[in-house]
Write a protein that binds this ligand. Sequence first.
Ligand code: WQD
Length: 341
Amino acid sequence: MKEEKYILVTGGAGYIGSHTVVALIENNYTPIIVDDFRNAQRSVIPRLEQLTGTKLSVYDFAIHNQQQLINLFQKYAFAGVIHFAADKAVGESVVNPLKYFKNNLGGLISLLEVMTQFGKQNLVFSSSCTVYGTPDDVPVTEETPTKQPESPYGYTKLINEQMIHQVQEAHPDLNVALLRYFNPIGAHESGLIGETPQGIPNNLLPYITQTAAGKREFLTVYGNDYATPDGSCVRDYIHVMDLADAHVAALNYLSSQHVGEDVFNLGTGNGTSVLEMIGYFDEVSGLSLPFKIGHRRLGDVPEIYANTEKATSLLGWKAKRTVKEAIRNAWNYEQLMREKQ
Ligand code: WQD
């Protein structure tokens, strides 16, 4: 009888969570999904089951509900926990910071209170490059000082990291990998799962694909007067399936040794500008994306991309997929989803 390696995946129906569920199953883990579907579609579950050929265990509740969390920890001997469940829209967080503090901080507190009642626990935490603010130098390493992020969303990620650090010091049985994502993009090659933002997309690539699909009139490039090669902002866009694979690598790392707490940059190590992303999209789609140059967006960082040597040397992980592949997969997903509506 194969010993089940159960992994609690909070927010497992979300964009990065659902892609990580696929990678977990591919690596013989058994994901146990907890999601209140506040920012995820229930229809993703049957698509995930179709994609993986697996019946999924899904629990529909918010992680603030501690008794239901405790019941799960009593039912499953989790080999690890991956904590995705959080709100993540930068713009919305500026307008409604209390929603972000309550959900992103309160949710983690609830989870940590339960985890520390159940002995040795491995935790993979979804953090963000936003904790670096506007870095003095690029590429950034894990030793690059964190700065006051530009938004309440980013601030909750920084506070989350600091909370985890303090709790791990008080509870040495906790074994933690903090994963600082750069810019996740793309979709699974099947087109069955992908990024489905609610309302008007904040992020660049979903806005591009919705413009190409005729849902938006044109893309506004938020400024082309930055001190960057072509004047538009530079980011490290990483394929969401590479990110998913990194979560499995982090779980394997924690399962193999007690590190206490460690932090990893997850990017490609390369920077791509907004105007380059538009050019890549036109090349991949054969279209000519309508766009206009607009004013800068408050809080935008001119340039940031990762040094990922630590993840490669300690996790044995490196991004394999290209930005163009991610754009192709995202465009494929947009077109398939449009056919379904
Ligand atoms: C990228 C670039 C925009 C939209 C944030 C969070 C990060 C992560 C990803 C959750 C910027 C430009 C965008 C548009 C544009 N969040 N842009 N027109 O702000 O780098 O990162 O989202 O996982 O933690 O901080 O991503 O995609 O919003 O913007 O010109 O319509 O595209 O100015 O330069 P960002 P983004």
